[in-house]
Ligand binder design. Sequence first.
Ligand SMILES: *Cc1c(COP(=O)(O)O)cnc(C)c1O
Length: 290
Amino acid sequence: MLQTPSPFEKQNFRDEIFFIKRDDLLHPDFSGNKARKFEYFLLNNFSNIKRVVSYGSNQSNAMYSLSVLARMKKWKFIYFCDHIPSFLSKSPNGNYKYALENGMEIFTSQDRQKEANSLKDTQTLIIQEGGRQKEAEIGIKKLAYELIEDIKKQNIKNPYLFLPSGTGTTALFLKKYLPFQVYTCSTVGSDEYLKEQWKMLDDNEDDYPIILSSKKKYHYGKLYLEAYEIWKNLKKELGVEFDLLYDPIGWLKFLENKSNLRGTLIYIHQGGVKGNESMKARYERKYDKI
Ligand SMILES: *Cc1c(COP(=O)(O)O)cnc(C)c1O
């Protein structure tokens, strides 16, 4: 169902050779790290389950991917978020629009996490925000094994991995199965917050990836001119469209720390491009008008 192994491409950015794992190309609708995290649910039979319930932001990549999963499994999909701005409910766009088209039923709640978890019963699958849960390990382990093969085939001597984190689930489970260093950065909260999220999955700090920090503080979902510029440069130079929420912050933080890293970069394209529609509109309104 997923087109694995995903392509592994040699690339060049600012005169530096590196490799990209194209998990954005896993499937036309179900791709990126959300596909890896939810693959366990896609591949196994859950004869009792009739609906999937989750929560998070109203434009989340996980929300969209769950709507695809629910459609494929013929499950109902119920989702809780904090609020839905009136401009969005009047003219839906991005992940919100496509998730609705897949049959998502969305509700607002004061305490979206509690509300979602309160629906737990034998016919309901509850998915934590962003897919932060242990079942994610199954699909991410497969990604780690693909990477080990890719690196062997390309004969890369001194690889290291970098990928931006949200919940950090992808980076944490990759680190568990890879025999080389995994670097990541926070995008959602502080570096401390990222460690707290890891603690919920694994309380041994020795297992954690290395966090690359930055001098500047970036707030999740906020627009930054330098983020938009690097996203456009990457698109122009590599011919690859990255996600606009996580990847530009990831690249900025990576470049800030690069001089301290030795070896060949392996970067994971974690998908999320479907969500660019709404981010791109916001960026164009802010920076592209003459
Ligand atoms: C969800 C997402 C992330 C964050 O993944 P985590 O496993 O929560 O760290 C990063 N990049 C993209 C494109 C995503 O959709």
